[in-house]
Design a protein around this ligand. Structure first.
Ligand SMILES: Cc1cc2nc3c(=O)[nH]c(=O)nc-3n(C[C@H](O)[C@H](O)[C@H](O)COP(=O)(O)OP(=O)(O)OC[C@H]3O[C@@H](n4cnc5c(N)ncnc54)[C@H](O)[C@@H]3O)c2cc1C
Length: 375
């Protein structure tokens, strides 16, 4: 094993969260190493890529604020990355149509519309007639829809590739395919991160291990990160000869995302009981496909391109875990982003960069200490 190379910051985990953070830190001239084991089940690789702050935050609060702030940063974030990485990366789509197919769903959508109209995102309530014009292939069962043109999507795999290039361009060292097995510290509070291939020493250590963040925290004395996997399956149909949809469609049990590359993505399951099982199960993909066809019957004519699955990093209270851990000096967490990590990456990267380099803590609601970070 080679002698430990020293960095200002070591980031464990090279998904969208770790890679965005490494890029921002390197831009601020910190020396940064990213260590990623390329585990099957990585959430970033699996994500649909919707940038949808209104989907998940049931009520107003810190998650909604974080999502709206991150959405606002997305155009600049993608433009900057694609320039640096010379990658064709951009935000896609005509926005989200949230639809209701029965009276209860319609009531919920109307209530959401009333609550959300003052948030600064344009929202439009569509009548069944407007809806038919906007999306003629949608099931006639749709009673009502809310159009949110600002909630668009991105292709997460392209985003991650471009982020890695941008991070390297800014000077970050990326050690890929290496699993962190041990973290040591000495009296001077320099940490040493061990993989089978190398040791990396650092002044600051950030855990961005997605669903595996709990086992990474367990490598440190007295540290706890209560992150659990929330497995999700997705599939993609071949719509390369013309998509039957213009908008992303979100219904209660299913969503459909028409990508510019001709894939029509359908998803997604939520399977906490699957724990760390990274396998993709064809039966689950077939069941999801039936839900998708109930929403847009014309999908039955499209060929299945692929099905896949990934493990979302879920926290007990549904909020990400961001900032300094109370266990030891200069150890941080950026994890627990659940269903929204693609959306939340730009704002997470900025908050953690400012925390590590300037000492500014992210909002208290996300503090790791809320889970009593001691064993
Ligand atoms: C089916 C599905 C659909 C989704 N759709 C959306 C969506 O539409 N919009 C949205 O915003 N979000 C979506 N998400 C959520 C989003 O993908 C995640 O919140 C986000 O990708 C989390 O990023 P991360 O970097 O924290 O974790 P990950 O992407 O999982 O990355 C963690 C990394 O840590 C590495 N790692 C773990 N242990 C070790 C170790 N010991 N040593 C070294 N490396 C290690 C892993 O290899 C992995 O690469 C979806 C997720 C799924 C599964």
């Amino acid at each position: 094993m080679s002698k430990a190379k020293h960095f200002d910051v070591a980031v464990i985990g090279g998904g969208v969260i770790g890679m965005s953070l490494a890029w921002r830190l390197a831009q601020r001239k910190a020396s940064v190493a990213v260590i990623d084991s390329k585990l099957p089940g990585q959430a970033t690789h699996a994500a649909a890529g919707m940038l949808a702050p209104l989907s998940d935050a049931a009520s107003e609060g810190p998650l909604l604020d974080l999502g709206l702030a991150s959405l606002e940063k997305y155009p600049g974030f993608t433009e900057e990355i694609s320039d640096l990485a010379k990658s064709p990366l951009h935000i896609e789509g005509a926005g989200i149509l949230r639809i209701a197919r029965n009276k209860d769903e319609a009531k919920r959508l109307k209530a959401m519309f009333r609550r959300r109209t003052h948030l600064g995102l344009p929202l439009e309530m569509l009548t069944p007639k407007d809806l038919r014009e906007a999306e003629p292939q949608l099931t006639p069962d749709a009673l009502l829809a809310i159009l949110s043109p600002a909630e668009r999507h991105i292709q997460p795999r392209l985003l991650l590739e471009a982020l890695e290039k941008a991070a390297k361009h800014a000077g970050a060292a990326i050690y890929s395919g290496e699993s962190v097995t041990k973290i040591g510290d000495d009296a001077s509070e320099v940490y040493t991160v061990h993989t089978d291939a190398r040791a990396v020493s650092c002044d600051h250590l950030v855990i961005c291990g997605g669903a595996w963040s709990g086992s990474l925290a367990a490598l440190l004395p007295k540290a706890v990160l209560p992150v659990t996997p929330l497995k999700g399956h997705l599939g993609a149909l071949d719509a390369s000869s013309g998509s039957p949809l213009r908008h992303t469609i979100c219904a209660d049990d299913c969503y459909l995302v028409p990508r510019e590359n001709g894939e029509l993505v359908f998803g997604a399951t939520e399977e906490p009981e699957a724990q760390f099982d990274p396998e993709t199960h064809p039966y689950t993909i077939s069941r999801l496909r039936l839900d998708a066809e109930a929403l847009v019957p014309a999908l039955s004519g499209l060929a299945l391109l692929s099905g896949w699955s990934g493990l979302r990093p879920a926290s007990p209270d549904g909020l990400p875990i961001l900032g300094r851990m109370s266990t030891k000096k200069n150890i941080y967490a950026a994890t627990g982003h659940g269903r929204n990590g693609i959306l939340l990456a730009p704002q997470t990267a900025d908050l953690l960069t400012s925390c590590i380099l300037d000492g500014h803590n992210p909002p208290k609601a996300f503090a790791p200490s809320r889970f009593h970070n001691t064993k």
